[in-house]
Design a protein around this ligand. Structure first.
Ligand code: 16C
Length: 254
């Protein structure tokens, strides 16, 4: 048994702990693959359909204005570079449910609906109300995985996806249900020190965050766009500061 395991082609980073027969297995893999493909192709494309709405140097937020039947759907994208933490650490804390409320400033409550496997769970988030719109909530699975490398020289990458789903224990009730497809992709860049001993000073994490959110029914576009412009950079600053506080005096999690 042991010998067979050693000889088998080892690609553990490609896998998920979701069983292939799990009802969410195909959807999770498909959505994750689409994000990875989208990221890889967009690097080569001219980004002229994205408008930069926030530029703080190390943190940039872009959007594409999109409306459907009066509902603003603006896809958002942000890139952010942080020093002293790995992509694995950043993804871990974005995904981890037990610390979500420590950095999430836009949520009123959050609860786990079901654990699907040890890398995937479904949660119900109730979002703080934005005047004058009705209050919203969301039901989505959160999945984290190590991305495979196309070559050994490329940076180590991790991805977390939050994707809306339905669940019997989370029917839409008193809130307007939003739907979303959110991804956080992190690459770890290591500048090898002369003495070969890697410390947090040698590590940089490049974060790409994308959010396609449908606010699910009427929302005043001008208010929503103003809230997004304020809240997305705020989220990234607050969240990365949180990860820094959690990790700076711990062993590096590669
Ligand atoms: O990705 C983030 N968080 C994850 C959960 O941990 C998850 C959630 C994503 C949902 C984010 C979009 C919420 C849109 C709500 C639309 C509300 C419509 C109201 C109508 C307004 C006229 O992936 C981090 C998310 C970062 C937050 C982005 C901005 C969201 C604004 C929400 C408004 C709350 C205002 C609170 C004011 C203090």
């Amino acid at each position: 048994e042991k010998k067979m395991k050693l000889e088998a082609p080892s690609k553990p980073e490609l896998s998920t702990s979701l069983a292939p027969e799990h009802p969410f297995y195909n959807q999770v893999n498909e959505v994750v693959s689409n994000h990875i493909r989208r990221l890889l192709t967009e690097i080569k494309e001219v980004k002229d359909d994205w408008v930069c709405i926030v530029d703080q140097g190390d943190l940039k937020v872009f959007k594409r204005e999109l409306e459907e039947n009066g509902v603003p759907l603006d896809p958002m994208k942000a890139v952010c570079t942080v020093k002293g933490m790995t992509g694995h650490e950043v993804c871990h804390y974005f995904w981890a449910f037990d610390t979500r409320m420590e950095w999430e400033a836009t949520l009123e409550t959050s609860r786990v609906v079901e654990w699907l496997s040890d890398d995937t769970f479904i949660s119900n988030n109730v979002i703080k109300r934005v005047w004058p719109a009705s209050q919203r909530d969301a039901c989505f699975w959160s999945h984290m995985r190590h991305m495979s490398k196309s070559n050994d020289e490329g940076p180590d990458s991790w991805i977390v996806v939050n994707y809306s789903c339905e669940h019997d224990d989370c029917p839409p009730n008193k809130y307007v249900r939003i739907t979303m497809n959110v991804a956080l992709i992190c690459e770890t860049i290591i500048e090898p020190p002369a003495d070969g001993n890697i410390t947090r000073d040698n590590i940089t994490c490049k974060i790409t965050y994308t959010a396609d959110v449908n606010p699910g029914g009427w929302a005043p576009a001008s208010v929503l766009r103003a809230v997004y412009k304020r809240e997305y950079p705020k989220f990234l600053r607050r969240f990365t500061t949180f990860v820094e506080e959690k990790t700076h005096n711990k062993d590096i999690m590669f």
